[in-house]
Design a protein around this ligand. Sequence first.
Ligand code: UD1
Ligand code: CA
Length: 458
Amino acid sequence: MINTYAIILAAGLGTRMKSKLYKVLHPVCGKPMVEHIVDQVEALNLDKIVTVIGHGAEKVKEKLGDRVEFCLQEEQLGTGHAVMQAEVILGHSSGTTVILCGDTPLISKETLAKLIQSHKNHQDAATILTAITDNPTGYGRIIRNAEGNVERIVEEKDANDAERSIKEVSTGLFCFDNEKLFAALKRINNDNAQGEFYLPDVIEILQGDGETIHAVPADSFDETLGVNDRLALSQAEAYMRNRLNRKHMQEGVTILDPSTTYIDADVKIARDVVIYPGTILKGQVSIEEDCVIGPNTEIKDSQIGKASNIKMSVVHDSTVGEQVNIGPFAHIRPLSHIGNHAKIGNFVEIKKSTMGEGSKASHLSYVGDAEVGRDVNLGCGSITVNYDGTNKHLTKIGDGSFIGCNVNLIAPVTIGDGAFVAAGSTITDDVDQEALAIARERQTNKPNYAKKLKPKKK
Ligand code: UD1
Ligand code: CA
């Protein structure tokens, strides 16, 4: 068995992004670019994955945790120099080494496997993943000799006009014989337009030594897109979005308009879910069978149970049960739990609260820091007054109770099971179970008084 390793280059600052966030941490469909790469590489079951870090080292480490081994490139002296830093971990091993750039987030495990397979079949010293593009600006160009074999790679900034017109580019992805790679790296220099130690220069050295080198063309240039600036970032986002939407549709999800549906990489959606336009699913979201989501809905880090319906609403960091109806225009804020068969209607905000099974807040309510039992009816405009200007307080509403319209529940306060709170009440004291609470001024009617208030006609 030949051992296989991967080196992911992720030490660069990413100057062209013009950002305080390090390049490889910029998200594509909600996930840092470098994490997308680790996901794909991990799926290949290699012997070791080494990530070269430098700029933002701590942040990259935090993201990738123990999924990879790290080595530090203290000064960013080029991609060749970056690979040299992995020598402490891989320098004395025999085997095959795949090199990936941390800024090519679209690369798939299938393409990587194809590259590795070709490399092993040919017993190459080096195999380059190349791509053809009409707009090769910024990429290293593949220079082939008269026989059509790859001779070297020339960087954009070092290329002459003829070389610049070449449409075959290096994707920055290589497979090397590990020992030959580290030996050749010792012979590269930084005598070039950028004063950097280029990894691609290894190709010319190996070629000069008479080693065999092959180029494997990628199926599409899109998949090998290198993200150097925000423009390319938006292209990567669009490509990845397409890919994810397609995957969900293939697995039985109806997406009415994929071009306006934004689904992050880790979102899980069961069969027969229908997604209407303008839906954004962010982070760790799971949606069970038969839900109808959207239009114009944002769900982030939440779990949605079977056959629920969420329309024109926002749900964050919460769990929603089965057959729940939410919206239109509801806002479910973090740490809320909406029970099965519950209804959260128009202009209702729920924050850090539990709504029991079958409970309803159908219109114009605020429910914050509340434990609402089962089968409770919160009338239109009923509100938990949870904040006294300094602290937040809890409201408890027992099973089967009925809260009338326009009620203020001044927390901390408890409403017992089966209690009834009259419309327009401002409740400051606990209400016993099965009791009726009325807390409002009695109405006075003054006969014929209206006439006195009307201005006299001249
Ligand atoms: C690189 C290649 C180019 C190829 C292109 C494909 C070189 C010299 N050029 O160009 O041939 O067509 O990728 O996308 O290799 N990095 C480090 N340490 C460094 C410098 C870079 O870790 O000192 C990392 C970066 O974080 C990045 C990757 O290496 O993830 C590539 O660096 P970048 O500056 O983006 O290279 P390109 O100019 O895109
Ligand atoms: Ca790049």
